[in-house]
Design a binder for this molecule. Structure first.
Ligand code: A2P
Length: 275
């Protein structure tokens, strides 16, 4: 694991290409590489930028007259004075083949509007919130589990994080471990946030796809909980296209109805960014 950090710098570094209209240009504060496929980075937060925990923004680099932008969930909570993102590195990805090389002090472009359906307002009230993530799909939940509003709205929160191997679980594992000592969130999360980390390709204490563990009931049995129930449970899902489709089918089979910001419901889905 490899950490890079810099002095915190407010404002934007000068860019070689002009900043496109409707974009912020922000400085990279720190970068952390977890594996050869995954890294996270933090950038300065524009003072005027507001977002809801769980939303995504469009991120680009000032390396062309018309930069490539990709959707990134903000992984930091709405109260944080920096913005954190968690990204895959795609060797020939139009954005991530460059983005994976950023260093503290570099400039990152961010479109000014955030959006997304993995927000608390898209769910109707209930007792328990399930956050089902695979791979970089844990990013929006990294924001939501650090937001006090999540614990205002739900008595219990379960984050189910599934990755290919143990090293890929590091971001989620460390996030949850750090919450215990967080002066703001530690108290809210104590005894109410449950975390289930599993792998599919490397041996670990808990193995198997989240879909298999929902279907055979082991996800619920392991937590001492009953299967999804529309009167008790709300579900947020974030992962690859295939994962969304498969988890959505299981959640719908349990009788939950999909919601949106315009029409809140019992579960919501969002695709994790790749590219
Ligand atoms: P698997 O190792 O069996 O492919 P990725 O990094 O490719 O997005 O995968 C992240 C995790 O999501 C992996 O553990 C992977 O399992 C799992 N996964 C991939 N496709 C699905 C799916 N359709 N349903 C559930 N889990 C999936």
């Amino acid at each position: 694991m490899h950490d890079v950090a810099a002095e915190k710098v407010e404002g934007a570094a000068p860019a070689e290409f002009p900043v496109p209209a409707g974009c912020y240009a922000q400085n990279v504060v720190s970068v952390r590489h977890y594996t050869d496929r995954l890294f996270s980075f933090r950038i300065t937060r524009p003072q005027s930028f507001r977002f809801r925990s769980g939303e995504f923004v469009m991120i680009g680099l000032p390396n062309a007259a018309k930069p490539v932008f990709r959707a990134y969930s903000v992984a930091s909570p709405a109260w944080d004075d920096e913005l954190e993102f968690y990204s895959i590195k795609v060797p020939d990805g139009p954005l991530t083949r460059h983005l994976q090389k950023i260093r503290p002090g570099d400039t990152v472009l961010m479109r000014q509007k955030s959006t997304g359906t993995l927000v608390l307002d898209a769910l109707t009230p209930a007792k328990r919130l399930w956050m089902i993530a695979t791979g970089t799909g844990v990013a929006p939940f990294a924001s939501l589990i650090r937001d006090p509003e999540t614990y205002d709205k739900f008595e219990e929160v379960v984050l189910a994080n599934t990755c290919r191997d143990v090293a890929e679980l590091a971001y989620g594992n460390e996030l949850v471990a750090a919450l215990k000592d967080d002066p703001l969130i530690g108290e809210f999360a104590a005894g109410r946030l449950r975390y289930v980390a599993a792998t599919t390709r490397e041996a670990s204490p808990l193995m198997g796809r989240i879909t298999a563990r929902i279907a055979d009931g082991s996800l619920f049995a392991g937590l001492g909980l009953a299967p999804f129930d529309p009167t008790v449970d709300r579900v947020m899902i974030c992962g690859s296209m295939e994962m969304l489709k498969d988890v959505k089918a299981l959640v719908e089979a349990a009788g939950l109805e999909e919601g949106s910001v315009a029409e809140p419901g019992q579960f919501v889905v969002e695709r994790a960014f790749v590219g």
